[in-house]
Design a protein around this ligand. Structure first.
Ligand code: PLP
Length: 415
C-alpha cells in the first residue's frame, strides 16, 4: 500500500512521536551493533558537532560566497587544515564536498577534463585502472562520464599490485587509483610504488583516503606503522578524504585535494547562458546543508592535533584488542594485516557466513566480504563498550556452526 499525503495535517507532537517509534525499530548502532555507517569519537565531539550543525540548520552552503560568508570562511579553513595534514605543496588546492562519492566523482571529472585538455579528445573512451578493492564510487563516476573501469587483482596481502595496474593500462588510461586504506580489507595500497609508475607514464594517480584520511596521519604521529599515502609522495595528483567518517564530523562532509592549481583548475563548474547570469560552483550538488560545513569546522577546532591523536590512540588500542580476541578463537584469522580500524575476519574450517548469520540472530548487523569470505567491521569508539560481548558471541557462534551439520548460509555480502 502506498503512503499518501494526509488530507489533513497532523499535530507536530503526534508526527514526532511516530517518527521516534519508527526509529526505535532500527538497528541499535549506539551500542555497537552496526559495523559501519556511523562513527563516534566521544560524547563531547558529538555534542559540539550537533550544536554546530543545528546552529547552521537553515543556512545553505550554496550561498557561502554571497550571503553566508561565515560558511565560506569555515570551508576555506577546513580545506587549509586538510592541505596541511596531507603534506600538500604550496600550489595545491582543495574543496569541501558532501561525501566520498562526490569527492571521487569530482576528482575523476577533473582528471577526465585535464586529460582532454592535454591530449585532445581520446580516440576511444578513456579508462581508469583500479585495484579490485577500490570503492565502487569510481564505477559510479565512470558510468556518469562514460569511462571504462578496469579492475586489477591484488596481492596475497590484499594490497594493490603496481605491475597489475601497468599491465591493464594503455594509451587511453587517464587515471590510476590507490586506496588508503581500501574498504574491504583495511590495508593501505603501496601508494609510493603506484605513484612512481603512474608518474613515469604520465597517468593521474588518485589516492582514495576517504575512510583513512583523517585517521592515518594521527596514527602515524603516534608511532603507528602506516605506509605513506599523501602529497609527500611525488606523483600523487589528487586525494579524497571524508570528514564524516574518521574526522568524526556530522554528515555530510568530505574533502578533495589537487596537487596543483593546474590540476584543480579542472574541478569547478562555471556556467552561463541562462537568464540568471553566471553560475559558479565547486560541488556537483547545488544546495548543501550549511550544517555540514559548520559541523566539520567546529569538530576540527575542538579536537586539534592532540584531540585526534588521543582518539587515534584509543581507537587503535581497541582494534588491537579486537584482533587479539579474534586470534584467540580457534579457526578464525584476520585477513591481511590491516593498517587502521577496518578488520576482515576469515575462517578456516567453518562457514564464516553461517557464523555471521548466527551473530545476526543475536542482534549484530553483520558486515561481510565475499572474496575471500569474511566478517567485516569498520570500528569506531561506538564499538568499544560492547567489544567483549561481541567477541563472546562470535566465539559462541563459531562453536555453534562447527557443531551443526552442513547448512548453507542465507546471508549475502552487501554494502
Ligand atoms: C566510504 C568510502 C567512500 C565513499 O564515501 P561516501 O561518503 O559513502 O560517499 C569511498 N571510498 C572509500 C574507501 C570509502 O570507505
Amino acid at each position: 500500500m502506498a503512503a499518501r499525503l494526509p488530507e489533513l495535517g497532523r499535530s507536530g507532537d503526534e508526527v514526532l512521536s511516530e517518527l521516534r517509534e519508527m526509529k526505535g525499530l532500527d538497528a541499535d548502532w549506539r551500542h555497537g551493533r552496526v559495523p559501519l555507517y556511523v562513527f563516534k569519537a566521544n560524547d563531547e565531539v558529538d555534542r559540539v558537532g550537533r550544536e554546530a550543525f543545528v546552529t547552521y540548520f537553515a543556512e545553505n552552503a550554496l550561498g557561502s560566497k554571497r550571503a553566508f560568508l561565515s560558511l565560506g570562511r569555515m570551508e576555506r579553513e577546513v580545506v587549509e587544515m586538510g592541505l596541511g595534514l596531507f603534506g600538500a605543496p604550496e600550489d595545491a588546492q582543495g574543496f569541501m564536498t558532501t561525501g566520498g562519492t562526490e569527492s571521487i566523482i569530482q576528482a575523476v571529472r577533473a582528471c577526465r577534463n585535464h586529460a582532454r585538455a592535454m591530449r585532445g579528445a581520446p580516440r576511444h573512451r578513456g579508462n581508469i585502472v583500479v585495484p579490485v578493492t577500490a570503492h565502487l564510487a569510481f564505477d559510479k563516476a565512470a558510468d556518469l562520464m562514460d569511462l571504462e573501469v578496469r579492475r586489477t587483482p591484488v596481492g596475497q596481502d590484499f594490497r594493490a599490485d603496481p605491475e597489475a595496474l601497468a599491465q591493464a593500462s594503455d594509451d587511453d588510461t587517464i587515471m590510476w587509483v590507490g586506496s588508503a586504506p581500501c574498504f574491504p580489507f583495511g590495508v593501505v595500497d603501496p601508494i609510493a610504488g603506484l605513484a612512481e609508475q603512474a608518474k613515469a607514464r604520465g597517468i593521474w594517480l588518485h589516492v582514495d583516503a576517504c575512510v583513512g584520511g583523517y585517521l592515518a596521519p594521527f596514527v602515524k604521529m603516534n608511532g603507528g606503522d602506516v605506509p605513506d599515502f599523501d602529497f609527500a609522495i611525488p606523483g600523487v595528483s589528487s586525494l579524497s578524504a571524508d570528514l564524516h567518517k574518521f574526522g568524526f564530523t556530522p554528515k555530510p562532509a568530505s574533502t578533495v585535494f589537487y596537487r596543483s592549481m593546474d590540476l584543480a583548475a579542472h574541478h569547478g563548474f562555471a556556467l552561463d547562458g541562462w537568464p540568471s547570469g553566471p553560475f559558479v560552483t565547486s560541488t556537483i550538488v547545488g544546495t548543501r546543508p550549511g550544517g555540514g560545513v559548520a559541523g566539520a569546522w567546529a569538530t576540527l577546532q575542538l579536537l586539534g592535533v592532540t584531540g585526534y591523536r588521543a582518539i587515534a590512540r584509543d581507537l587503535m588500542a581497541m582494534v588491537g584488542a579486537y584482533r587479539a580476541g579474534v586470534s584467540r578463537i580457534e579457526g578464525l584469522h584476520v585477513l591481511g594485516d590491516p593498517h587502521l580500524s577496518i578488520v576482515a575476519v576469515g575462517a578456516r574450517d567453518v562457514d564464516v557466513f553461517r557464523v555471521a548469520e548466527v551473530l545476526a540472530a543475536k542482534g549484530w548487523v553483520p558486515g561481510l566480504v565475499r572474496e575471500p569470505m569474511a566478517i567485516h567491521r569498520m570500528m569506531s569508539m561506538l564499538h568499544a563498550p560492547s567489544l567483549d560481548a561481541y567477541l563472546a558471541d562470535l566465539a559462541a557462534a563459531v562453536a555453534e556452526v562447527r557443531g551443526e551439520a552442513d547448512r548453507p548460509a542465507g546471508v549475502q555480502a552487501s554494502y
